[in-house]
Design a binder for this molecule. Structure first.
Ligand code: ADP
Length: 593
């Protein structure tokens, strides 16, 4: 007689059949049975301190590995916290399979333990949102959610797992569906007439520009895009996470002349990016009103959005379409020597690079952002040159993310994660864990650049760090040697005060009014490094370039998580503003300027 098996075992078995090697989550009864069964089958279960962080990690793992990341949480509040990751997956187009526990089927509407209608909550934000109806069909239910998360523009597949289904026993295992095979998504290309039309437009452009987004990185299109740029000489601009698809050091990279390129471009080829806030909707004043936008995107719904012209759009996989375009363009090359546009870009590059070099040398103490980042960069490059691709950068925070983006060059794809399309704060530590698992974990299959083992370096604003700072314990528990810099100006954006005394005096007047602490304030020079020490890691508190250089070198070599708490200038008398929001009105809202 066959031995009976539980729903929990069937779920774990299905994940194993789908090739899942890591699950991110937090357990409670009876979801813990699934995690335990998964561990017994050789799948890593990475237990977090908050479902929000676990769900963020699963999304980034999905982006880096190119297959859905899996997140397992309890029902009610567990699912509610994980909605953060679901929103993040939808906004960024990351593949996520979320498995959430729920109340026993017969207790629905009775006020059962952690009862919540997850299906109604998640339906608008998921590609498939379904309750598992019966143990025997669990494999096909889960595989379908996985496939829908994976195919087309990636997003979330959610399966609600009632406690009675998880704990149910199936007396005859032969009744259980086999797990359907889910091969990588088929790749579509463009029709020949459209390729011909687009290639003519590109050849006739006076000021062409390529935009490279994280869809190109996700689609692993780096080789074909590099070949296209090498053969045509077309100037390109990566999005923040499209950095590295083509090396930042490539002579056609016009990142340091971004504003000039946007304003002057007349024909823009968009490879796996959207005309959303990151690229200013393709509209004036950042862009030239007459610019023509050619989108190459896996999602038909994206075509024609904002300033883009749907008639120029191509639905297809970026790898295939760029290959077709390259073939059509043949040995045509954009002539830089007779282009005023290229001359303008070259001048702007020189000017901006000189400004950046001057900022990096600012000798002030406390350190400026630019000087702190330059010091970290120099120390890291001496240990791991960018050509080797041995470092994955994670960056979040407002100024921390924006300023560091242009300072740390990338030579390979998928080596930078940041707050992304949703500008989500709190993703930094979870993303760092995901990157460590994706590149160095037992199931690691993804690579970028010659270095197979990667050091993960998280550059965190002090506010951003606070959202998920407790995940330092998760890193320590899983022996992840992640190097974290907390760029500490004691506040959000520029903070509120420029000295400890001023901060204390203002704190004393908490009643408000002109003198009280403003909304940008955080605790003064908090000793974040002690959080690493508390969990068995190493912490450094640094103020000077020399201390920072030493801590970076030691932190890079450490085998445990490290926090380098970098005190930088605070409370600068500058208006907190958001560079990406060009239309924002200049208002102070009572902030001291
Ligand atoms: P970024 O933030 O880097 O500008 P976005 O996330 O806004 O990038 O846009 C990425 C785009 O890439 C999405 O519209 C998505 O549909 C698209 N995409 C994802 N994978 C592929 C692929 N393999 N081929 C073509 N387009 C893709």
């Amino acid at each position: 007689m066959a031995t009976s098996i539980t729903g929990a075992h069937v779920i774990a078995r299905t994940l194993k059949d789908l090739g899942v090697t890591a699950i991110f989550g937090i357990v409670g009864v009876p979801v813990s049975d699934i995690a335990e069964e998964a561990i017994n089958l050789g799948i890593r279960f990475i237990g977090f301190r908050n479902e929000q962080a676990a769900s963020y990690a699963a999304t980034a793992y999905g982006y880096l590995t190119g297959r859905p990341g899996v997140c397992l949480v309890v029902g009610g509040p567990g699912v509610l916290h994980a909605v953060a990751g679901v929103g993040n997956a939808q906004a960024n187009g990351f593949p996520l399979l979320l498995l959430g526990g729920s109340v026993e089927t017969h207790l629905i509407t009775k006020g059962g333990f952690q009862e919540m209608d997850s299906i109604s909550l998640l339906t608008p934000y998921t590609k498939l949102c379904i309750r598992a109806p019966i143990v025997t069909s669990l494999p096909s239910t889960i595989a379908n959610a996985y496939r829908q998360a994976y195919y087309g523009r990636p997003g979330t597949g959610f399966v609600d797992l009632p406690a009675d289904i998880i704990m149910d026993e199936c007396a005859d295992p032969s009744d259980i569906n086999a797990t359907p095979q889910i091969p990588p998504p088929p790749k579509g290309g463009a029709d020949d007439a459209q390729v011909l039309k687009i290639s003519r437009l590109i050849k006739n452009a006076k000021a062409p520009l390529l935009l490279i987004g994280k869809g190109a990185a996700y689609g692993r299109a780096e080789d074909v895009i590099r070949r296209l740029i090498d053969s045509t000489g077309l100037p390109f601009l990566p999005s923040p996470m499209g950095k590295g698809v083509v090396p930042d050091s490539h002579p056609c990279n016009v990142s340091s002349a971004r504003s000039v390129a946007l304003k002057a471009a007349d024909v823009v080829l968009i490879l796996g990016a959207r005309l959303n806030w990151i690229f200013h909707y393709g509209e004036p004043p950042k862009w030239n009103a007459g610019a023509r936008f050619i989108q190459v995107d896996i999602s038909p719904e994206e075509l024609g959005r904002n300033a883009a012209d749907a008639e120029l759009g191509i639905v297809g996989d970026v790898n295939v379409v760029v290959g077709q375009l390259k073939l059509q363009l043949g040995d045509w090359r954009y002539d830089h020597s007779s282009s005023d546009y290229m001359a303008k870009l070259a001048n702007a590059k020189l000017e901006n690079e000189a400004i950046a070099a001057k900022a990096a040398g600012d000798p002030s103490i406390p350190l400026t952002y630019a000087h702190a980042f330059d010091t970290i960069k120099t120390a890291l490059h001496s240990l791991s040159p960018p050509e080797e691709g041995g470092i994955v950068y994670v960056a979040e925070g407002a100024n921390t993310m924006d300023i560091s983006r242009s300072i740390f060059p990338l030579e390979h794809a998928r080596l930078r994660l940041d707050a992304g399309t949703y500008a989500t704060m709190g993703v930094g530590l979870p993303y760092a864990i995901a990157a460590h698992e994706a590149y160095n974990g037992p199931g690691a299959s993804t690579c970028s650049g010659p270095a197979r083992r990667k050091k993960v370096v998280a550059i965190e604003g002090d506010s951003a760090f606070g959202f998920t700072g407790m995940e330092i314990e998760t890193m320590a528990r899983f022996q992840m040697d992640i190097l974290i810099f907390v760029i500490n100006n004691s506040g959000i954006y520029f903070g509120d005060s420029d000295s400890g005394e001023d901060w204390a005096a203002r704190q004393a007047k908490t009643v408000g009014g002109e003198a009280g602490l403003r909304s940008w304030a955080l605790g003064w020079e908090i000793k974040y490094e002690k959080m690493a020490q508390a969990v068995g890691g190493i912490g450094y508190f640094v103020r000077t370039p020399e201390e920072l250089r030493k801590a970076t070198g030691a932190g890079f070599k450490a085998k445990v998580p490290v926090i380098v708490n970098v005190i930088i200038q605070s409370g600068k008398v500058e208006k907190p503003s958001f560079g990406w929001q060009v239309t924002a009105k200049k208002k102070t809202n009572g902030v001291r300027l």
